[in-house]
Each structure stands twice: as C-alpha cells, then as structure tokens.
Design a protein around this ligand. Structure first.
Ligand SMILES: [Zn+2]
Length: 168
C-alpha cells in the first residue's frame, strides 16, 4: 500500500486512537486519509463509503459505521447533523472540540495546607462535571477545564484518624 492511500497519521491523532485502544488498520488509515487530505471536508457515511471504495479498499457498511463512531468517541472526528439530508456528517475534530479536562476533586487543609486527592471520587466528579459543562454549553460557553476543591480541616489535623469518629 502506498503512502498516498494510507498516509502517516499526525501524532495527536495517533495518541487519541492509542488512548482509546483503536487499532490503526488499513481501513482506519484510509478513512482518516480522506479527512486529512481535505481538512475542511464534512462527509456523510455514504460519501466516506464510496471514497474508500474508490481507493480500492473494501469495508462493509456496518464496520464503517462502527469505525466512524469510534473515531468520534476518541475525539479524532466530530459528528454533526445535516438537517437538510437528515444524516450525520463527519469531519476532523478541531482542537476546540476536545473534551474539557476534568481534574479529580481535591481536599485542601486550612491548617497544614496539604492538598489531598479524594479517593475514588473520579466517577462522581465526571457526572457533576458533565452536567455543569452541559449547563455552560446551553448558555453558549465552552468549558475547557473543571476543578473542584473542598477546603477544611484534614483528618490528621482534626485528630480523628481514618475509621475514627463518633461511636455509640
Ligand atoms: Zn491538615
């Protein structure tokens, strides 16, 4: 296969695919080559299918749908609704489409000034952050980072070790 058919992928795209566990198959590289060749292109599934086929690569319809979905999920492509044709259109994701950074929640002690991560709070934080980012987006704002810090007195400074507290 020549480099024009399946070009080398830019590092940031490879990084996103690797993080998502997406293999760089020939079909994947050919599909991405279509978008990288014309960075402003927005293509429907049908257009992608016929362009891939025109390059002599056979990918069945379901596999191609799945591939496009996975490329959207890992932030390489973005998907928009074409209201006229009532279909999805796919395009290369722009950097501003990247998901907001959601930091794990921290606890900052007012006495010892340590900053502690709250264990296992990541999934709750993502749920809250998603809701808040959605609220911001509804008002036209584009969130890029979400942080939550709780301030107070840590367990060590409070003199109550883990597992302590009031007992009956
Ligand atoms: Zn403390």
């Amino acid at each position: 296969m020549t480099d024009t058919l399946a070009p080398r992928l830019p590092a940031h795209i490879v990084a996103r695919m690797t993080a998502a566990g997406l293999r760089r198959t020939l079909a994947t590289r050919v599909v991405l080559g279509l978008f990288l060749g014309v960075p402003d292109a927005t293509l429907t599934h049908t257009q992608v299918a016929s362009l891939v086929q025109a390059r002599g690569v056979t990918v069945n319809r379901v596999t191609l749908y799945r591939l496009l979905d996975r490329l959207v999920a890992c932030g390489v492509l973005r998907r928009q609704t074409d209201h006229a044709s009532r279909s999805w259109r796919f395009a290369l994701a722009r950097d501003e489409d990247a998901e907001a950074v959601i930091r794990p929640p921290s606890f900052e002690c007012d006495l010892c000034h340590r900053s502690l991560w709250l264990d296992a709070a990541g999934s709750e934080m993502r749920a809250w952050a998603g809701a808040l980012l959605g609220r911001a987006a509804a008002q036209g704002h584009r969130g890029t980072q979400v942080e939550l810090a709780i301030r107070g007195i840590c367990a060590d400074c409070d003199g109550v070790g883990a597992g302590g507290g009031a007992r009956a």
